[in-house]
Design a protein around this ligand. Structure first.
Ligand SMILES: C[S@@+](CC[C@H](N)C(=O)[O-])C[C@H]1O[C@@H](n2cnc3c(N)ncnc32)[C@H](O)[C@@H]1O
Length: 284
């Protein structure tokens, strides 16, 4: 199913960065490729402007070549994680920050009995996502332009979110020297708005799946505690970092799964304190 889906969508696998840009030059033209490089440079230097999503989501082909080309390994691994947890997804699924809909449409294919809604703050991504759903002939998926931080209360059985928190919050701490407890507190506070919004939109007993570009365990620790504060029980036995290749380098992103039910803070603390102790030991 995964390989079939990748082919059907046209996600180019195993391309080098140069090969992706060669393809993009043909699809969007050299001036737009140069503008893209400037936008990416700005993002690399800390900008979180939405211009990347506006610029590259002008055509379906360009969007799939760019996001699919760079994320092929990530998507393949993520789809495997979704397939392995098929029984944990419910009837009403929300994909937050769906961009061009590559993941949302996979969810719709994977769960034909479910109704999947993809939301994104940028209209350009929504427009491309609708084109992708039409190309794939999917009737159980819809896309809406919405800012997740402003959505009203709802009752989704499953909320899925991939690589969105980095667009909303700066993950880098202001001052590393404040110590472990201070940093955990900072991240716990930082992620509290997102966590509350997730909780507000989950049905009782609903499930939250998140895979985020959070590079530090200490930040993931704060993220899990923020989810706990918002009334979610983080399933620490499911916690792991998903490994994949991005631009020739290995990247690891935390997979966090939580249920909307009362949970204990203890298991979160136990797991992360151990991870951080090991990290500190290894650094000495
Ligand atoms: C890095 S992309 C991730 C796309 C997709 N989830 C994936 O993993 O491939 C982040 C997306 O989140 C969207 N986004 C950022 N802030 C948002 C918000 N407050 N509400 C909804 N979408 C948002 C961006 O427009 C962008 O499309």
């Amino acid at each position: 199913m995964i390989s079939e889906y990748m082919l059907e969508v046209g996600i180019p696998e195993n391309l080098s960065v140069d090969e992706i840009y060669d393809r993009l030059e043909i699809i969007i033209g050299i001036p737009d490729c140069m503008k893209l490089e400037r936008i990416l440079d700005a993002r690399y230097n800390g900008s979180r402007s939405a211009s990347l999503y506006k610029h590259i989501n002008k055509t379906l082909d360009g969007s799939i070549t760019f996001f699919g080309g760079f994320d092929a390994s990530f998507l393949r691994n993520l789809f495997g994680e979704i397939e392995a947890r098929k029984n944990q997804f419910g009837e009403r699924i929300l994909d937050v920050g769906c961009n061009n809909g590559m993941i949302t449409c996979f969810l719709a294919k994977c769960f034909p009995e479910s109704h999947v809604i993809g939301i994104d703050s940028e209209w350009e991504g929504i427009n491309i996502a609708r084109q992708l759903a039409e190309k794939l002939g999917l009737s159980n998926v819809e896309f809406q332009q919405k800012n997740f931080l402003k959505v009203k209360r709802s009752h989704y059985d499953t909320i899925f979110m991939s690589k969105v928190v980095q667009e909303i919050e700066i993950i880098e701490p202001k001052d590393w020297s404040i110590g472990r407890e201070g940093l955990v507190k900072e991240f716990r506070r930082k992620f509290s708005n997102i966590a509350k919004r997730i909780s507000m939109n989950l049905a009782p007993d609903g499930t939250f799946f998140s895979i985020e570009r959070i590079p530090y365990n200490i930040a993931t620790y704060g993220y899990c505690l923020a989810l706990h504060d918002a009334g979610l029980s983080v399933m620490m036995d499911e916690y792991k970092r998903i490994c994949f290749m991005a631009m020739g380098e290995t990247e690891r992103m935390p997979l966090v799964i939580a249920k909307k039910e009362n949970g204990e803070e203890g298991p979160i603390r136990d797991v992360f304190e151990k991870i951080l102790d090991e990290e500190e030991k290894a650094a000495k």
